[in-house]
Design a protein around this ligand. Sequence first.
Ligand SMILES: *Cc1c(COP(=O)(O)O)cnc(C)c1O
Length: 459
Amino acid sequence: MLYLDTRDKNFKVDFKSAVMGGMNAATGGLYVPESFPKIEFEKFSENPDFRKVAFEMISPYVGDEIPESDLRRLIDDAYPFDPRLEKIDDKSYVLELFHGPTCAFKDFGARFMARAMSYFNRGSEGRLHILVATSGDTGSAVGSAFHNVEGLDVTILYPEGKISPLQEKQLSTFTGNVRALRVKGTFDDCQKLVKTAFTDSSLRNKFRLSSANSINISRLLPQSFYYAHAALQARRENPGKKIIAVVPSGNFGNLTSGLIAREMGAPIEGFVATTNSNHTIPDWIATSRYEPRPSVETFANAMDVGAPSNYERISYMYSLEEVRKLFASFWLDNDGIISAIRECHEKCSYTIDPHGAVAYKAWQEIVAGGLSKISRDADIKKPGLTPNVPDWADCVSDCVGMILETASPAKFGQTVKLATGKEPALPERLERVMELPDNSVPMENDYGKFSAWLEENLH
Ligand SMILES: *Cc1c(COP(=O)(O)O)cnc(C)c1O
């Protein structure tokens, strides 16, 4: 399989180069597979193992660059946990993606990427050093995914005092090959230090540096596995019904993975693209104008993205007209998030996190007939469904919704408590993290000091 650059149609790379390079630095373009091979999903047994589906789906993208037995081992090692599909009412499922080590869906992408990078790095001289700036959840997924992975070191930079105590524990308690620097500055300062290091030739001459960016195709492809696996289960339980995936989105990586699963033949009829008050994509669908903007802070903070990076892939893969046929779209403000968590708790006895709550509310509005009431000149500055009617709108009564639950509600206990009056219990693996000692290293917001630390500590 070759990977095409979204900005230069003559530029193609193999899987290894796409994984190790992340993007085409010369053009700033992202990689997209040149085709999406169809899988005969019918051939799977009644209740296929997740790793079996994963292996079948990833194989064509890897080709002969990783031998079959190594690839099977890699998949098994990446996924000692499963996605779980829970029915919450007649027409709705919640697809729980938080049963991995950091209790958020990013584990699915990050753990595959870490192992693919380690595989391609083996036999090369010296270690590969991953630098990552984080405002919270990405860092813990990446740190955890690379922890004890052969040949790789990770340095995480996070803004001191600007992430939650639980998030900080999830970043700062690693030992061995994953280290965290708590920077006296903002997330943007952290990002700037990392970017400066990547362009520092004296550093690059001594060390092999890489990023673990969310735009890496090896984080996107594995997220397609759970869409297909869950859609097969939903179809089995609802013969003749169509399946709609409802996706709480920030950078739209998760939704792009859903599109990949659908292209490969997974039984998904359409999507609902949902956001918090950062509604750049819903506005694009409504107005045809893509206007990236600074992000605003919300309760669903992992979706606080004003310039979604995967817009570039989605608009490369589809025309706006195709997007409008495939997607309903919706956004919700902070008040709406709180009342959605409460409503889900009261109506379905299900405790949902602030991110999943956005998708829950969108699907409830659609089931209640929201798409047939849409007015073309609705005010897009008000939360709710975007004035767009997808092709599947007239068969909503024959659909079931798959609401993607991207994080455990326990990670957002305070917000959930605001809505339900009760803080969810921490899963055991998070409780354990809270008890570990903090190993983070203090760091000034100063490139000279940061590079000196790298010189001293990278090997
Ligand atoms: C990252 C994240 C999202 C957004 O996913 P994208 O792929 O960026 O759209 C949603 N929910 C949670 C909990 C996340 O960590």
